[in-house]
Design a protein around this ligand. Structure first.
Ligand code: S3P
Length: 182
């Protein structure tokens, strides 16, 4: 697969990482993993509960451990949490072990997709537009730093984004899937 055998999706909340990742994995016939789901599986509780009990720093430690385990698997498609790029060590793990795909999205689309922010503790009790904009300012350079490839998910169907990623990563000379595949 595309030089590196893993695809890691990065980008902000509401960029479509999990939805696009699931489609990519299906098209590739590779296992799909999601770092937030892995944290929930390991702890037996949900992400908001972890933030409540351990604060953001406790969550980041657990996220780091989950990414350490997930970046040892191959070949997989991995959807990361929006803040996975904050720690330099996470960025190194992602950059070294997979092809990093940045899902770029406008603030307006993010707001539409995250709705009330349920299940996303960083959006609780704050103005979501303001918070998402602040996170974008902080994190956008970090996404760009490790992205091998960037694609916009604005106003596009999940399947179309997944197909474009595969097409572009494979390059024009790659064999086409047989009719009926995917
Ligand atoms: C976070 C994004 C969430 C989740 C946690 C923190 C962030 O994942 O990891 O709530 O810091 O942006 P999604 O990007 O999948 O919403």
């Amino acid at each position: 697969m595309i030089g590196k055998r893993n695809i890691y999706l990065i980008g902000p909340m509401g960029s479509g990482k999990s939805a696009v990742g699931r489609q990519l994995a299906r098209l590739l016939g590779a296992p799909f993993h999601d770092s937030d789901s892995e944290i929930e599986r390991r702890t037996g509780v949900d992400i908001p509960y972890i933030f409540e009990q351990e604060g953001e720093s406790g969550f980041r430690q657990r996220e780091h451990e989950a990414l350490g385990a997930l970046t040892r698997l191959e070949p997989i498609v991995l959807a990361t949490g929006g803040g996975a790029v904050l720690q330099a060590e996470n960025r190194r793990l992602l950059a070294e072990n997979g092809c990093v795909v940045y899902l770029e999205t406008s603030l307006a689309q993010q707001l539409q997709r995250v709705g009330s922010g349920r299940g996303r503790p960083l959006l609780h009790d704050v103005d979501p537009a303001e918070r998402l904009q602040r996170l974008r300012t902080e994190r956008e350079p970090l996404y760009r730093e490790i992205a091998d490839y960037t694609v916009s998910t604005d106003h596009r169907r999940v399947i179309k984004v997944a197909e474009q990623i595969l097409r572009d990563l494979r390059g024009p000379d790659a064999p086409k899937p047989a009719a009926g595949d995917a």
